[in-house]
Design a protein around this ligand. Sequence first.
Ligand code: SAH
Length: 213
Amino acid sequence: MKDTFKHKGLRQQLVTVLIAKGIEDEAVLKAIGNIPRHLFMDSSFLDHAYQDKAFPIAADQTISQPYTVAFQTELLQVKKGDKILEIGTGSGYQAAVLCELDAKVYSIERQQELFKKTSKFLPKLGYRPKKLIFGDGYKGLKEEAPFDSIIVTAGAPFIPKPLLSQLKIGGRLVIPVGGDVQVMTLIIRKGVKEFEKHELGDFRFVPLLEDKN
Ligand code: SAH
């Protein structure tokens, strides 16, 4: 597990690419500049770790494209100490970004292999989410609700109701919604029954699947 000057240099180039693509949040850019993304990927992909691309990880899943991670994180408007639920832990990269922003991170993964691997891996890098859960993200995490924000990192065919009800008033849900192509959707909870919806362009994620394997 090495992080060299070469990796650091490549990371700064990646940050420059993200700025050129429109990412503005300094804290998000700093987090991406700090996190050794190459360590979240299988070794055969090491050379590609700092390209702005998604890549395969274990269990037929992917580590999201850095631009997508930055775009979704920016939409959350994370403040220090925010309680955030992530659906789709995967490699743990997005969770690491949220930890860098000093959020209290809860993250759910339905693939046991990834859940185990990432649970061991994140603390080795010094990232300590409050809780990693092996379970079904469609249900959210009722026992820890309400959340300041919820981020879904897999393509959802529809917006799961429990995620809406587990948001604080003023809280934000960022979720890609659709089939083969998904529309990035930001929901802001304005009142107990009042939700504001913003649609922010097309993305492609692996699907949010029902029930754990
Ligand atoms: N945030 C991850 C992205 C992983 S890809 C990262 O930074 O690497 C999406 C992840 O969502 C996959 O690991 C997949 O197994 C998981 N997933 C799919 N359906 C799910 C569900 N219903 N509940 C929880 N996780 C789910």
